[in-house]
Design a binder for this molecule. Structure first.
Ligand code: SAH
Length: 251
């Protein structure tokens, strides 16, 4: 629990809590093909402080339910939505990705950036499918191998942390097996990792360590984040987040 609090303190002031960008969100939104529709019901799952939620609220005629486990992230999202005049479109809900307080068959669009790995991709898409209306769209980003070949060291690292990392072909096959028809896939560009996520995170490390009184656990957390960043910089040719957009098949 203490470590979760530290993680939250580290990530709370930042614009986003995982790789991505406004351009990526808009690209996936354009694949979703919902332009011109009104009164949409949308869920943003694992929303963090709402980087994607706010883009969706700006570009869709929709009521958006934004779900996360962390109440302080949701408060930050509410503040940001109010400041942008989007508060009426966004409802935040504290809840877990695998026990969502949403009605089956109720959603036109389910969005989730950098969060589904917490419950596993295959399990997540199967659970979330039931929440979509038939014909509803899922847009989800997920760690993805960029080709079928990679260094053994990198494979071993991710096997230890998240063995479900797969190629886009594997992820698309999982979506099809769970009753989705893929509309599109694209890998996030390097800028969505570095400028969008890691550089702002690194800029916060000194203030975070100071805020935590220089404590050992805070310094260990920063060291672990630095290791993750170094891994990315060494091996970014081999992995990224993939953005997957798919339609729920009838039935
Ligand atoms: N979508 C945001 C945040 C990504 S980080 C962005 O792109 O910036 C992953 C988010 O998932 C965090 O906010 C974390 O609090 C949330 N999360 C992790 N496990 C969760 C769970 N089991 N249920 C709900 N939210 C969860």
């Amino acid at each position: 629990m203490e470590d979760l609090k530290l993680l939250v303190d580290l990530h709370l002031p930042n614009h986003r809590q995982g790789p991505g960008s406004e351009a990526d969100t808009l690209r996936a939104l354009s694949l979703a093909g919902l332009a011109g529709r009104s009164g949409l019901r949308v869920a943003d799952l694992g929303c963090g402080t709402g980087a994607s939620t706010l883009v969706l609220a700006q570009h869709l005629d929709a009521q958006i339910t934004a779900v996360d486990l962390v109440p302080s992230f949701l408060r930050a999202l509410n503040d940001r939505a109010d400041r942008l005049g989007l508060g009426e479109r966004v409802t935040t809900v504290e809840g877990s990705l695998d026990a969502l307080p949403l009605e089956p068959g109720s959603m036109d669009l389910i969005w989730s950036e950098g969060a589904i790995y917490n419950i596993g991709f295959r399990r997540g898409v199967a659970l979330w499918r039931r929440l979509l209306k038939p014909g509803g769209v899922l847009a989800v980003s997920e760690l993805t191998w960029l080709s079928g070949q990679r260094p053994a060291e990198l494979q071993a690292y991710w096997d230890g942390i998240y063995p479900e990392v797969d190629t886009a072909a594997g992820k698309l096959a999982a979506l099809e097996a769970e009753g989705f028809s893929p509309i599109g896939y694209f890998p996030l560009p390097e800028s969505s990792w570095l400028q969008g996520y890691y550089r702002p995170l690194q800029a916060r490390f000194p203030a975070f360590v100071q805020q935590q009184g220089g404590g050992e656990r805070a310094r260990a957390l920063v060291a672990a984040e630095e290791d993750e960043i170094t891994l990315y910089e060494r091996f970014k040719a081999y992995y990224s987040y993939g953005f997957y957009v798919a339609r729920r098949v009838e039935g």
